[in-house]
Design a protein around this ligand. Structure first.
Ligand code: CA
Length: 235
């Protein structure tokens, strides 16, 4: 169900394959978004810095520079919602793109319906403005919902929208095991296809940011075969 806040969201499509770009832009515009298409990494970076869109769809195979380089430069200054699209379906590219900060990943060929579902889910997470509520606090971890700012031992954490979503879910249910599917659903939305590798990469990035020892996490602890738990006391 599309909400009013989805209207007028501007999406930048970075894709050198004219047919794919055309299909994606037609589909997104029919759904009520405005789009612009650029076909090189350089133009994309200029466009993003001069007129930041609400979301970027980034093809990894661009004629002038690797899409991963574009991703790196975008992530150097912003947490702009970004979905990577690639003809390379190897797991490796996907993991690299996610490690470098992509919020989601789609391998070609994809259905425009699925792309739309992911765009909507990502924008919903970003645009989700909760009713101001008291801070969530779990041990040394604090989350200011109104400011969307998490900190650990008073040190601010810089989180991507997905990492933030995972953290909110884990903190709200602290002390209880959250299973993989519930976490995927909470963060990516009802229509999201189960993809544990995306979840694993995001959890691992989050641990790098908040755990004293990411190899022996004490805030996001794996419960084998079930999911994750945020213990209320240090394990
Ligand atoms: Ca391409």
């Amino acid at each position: 169900m599309q909400t009013l806040t989805d209207q007028n969201r501007h999406i930048l499509i970075v894709e050198d394959d004219a047919d794919t770009a055309e299909m994606v832009s037609t589909f997104l515009e029919t759904a009520g978004y405005s789009t612009a298409t650029v076909d090189t990494g350089e133009i994309a970076l200029n466009e993003i810095s001069s007129q930041p869109p609400d979301l970027v769809l980034l093809d990894l195979g661009l004629p002038d520079m690797p899409g991963l380089e574009v991703l790196k430069q975008v992530r150097a200054n912003s947490f702009l919602p970004l979905i990577v699209i690639s003809g390379k379906t190897q797991e490796h590219d996907k993991v690299v793109a996610l490690e470098q900060g992509a919020d989601d990943y789609m391998g070609k060929p994809f259905s425009p319906e699925e792309l739309l579902a992911r765009v909507m889910a990502l924008l919903r997470r970003v645009g989700w403005t909760p009713v101001p509520e008291p801070k969530l606090i779990v041990r040394h971890l604090e989350l200011d919902m109104a400011r969307r700012q998490a900190s650990i031992r008073n040190k601010k954490l810089h989180l991507t929208p997905v990492e933030y979503g995972i953290l909110v879910t884990m903190m709200r249910t602290a002390g209880a095991v959250v299973n993989h599917d519930d976490l995927l659903r909470a963060v990516w939305g009802e229509r999201y296809e189960s993809d544990y590798s995306v979840l694993r990469v995001n959890i691992s990035r989050l641990r790098q940011k908040l755990e004293e020892n990411p190899r022996h996490p004490s805030y996001i602890v794996t419960v084998p075969g079930q999911g994750y738990v945020m213990p209320l006391k240090r394990p």
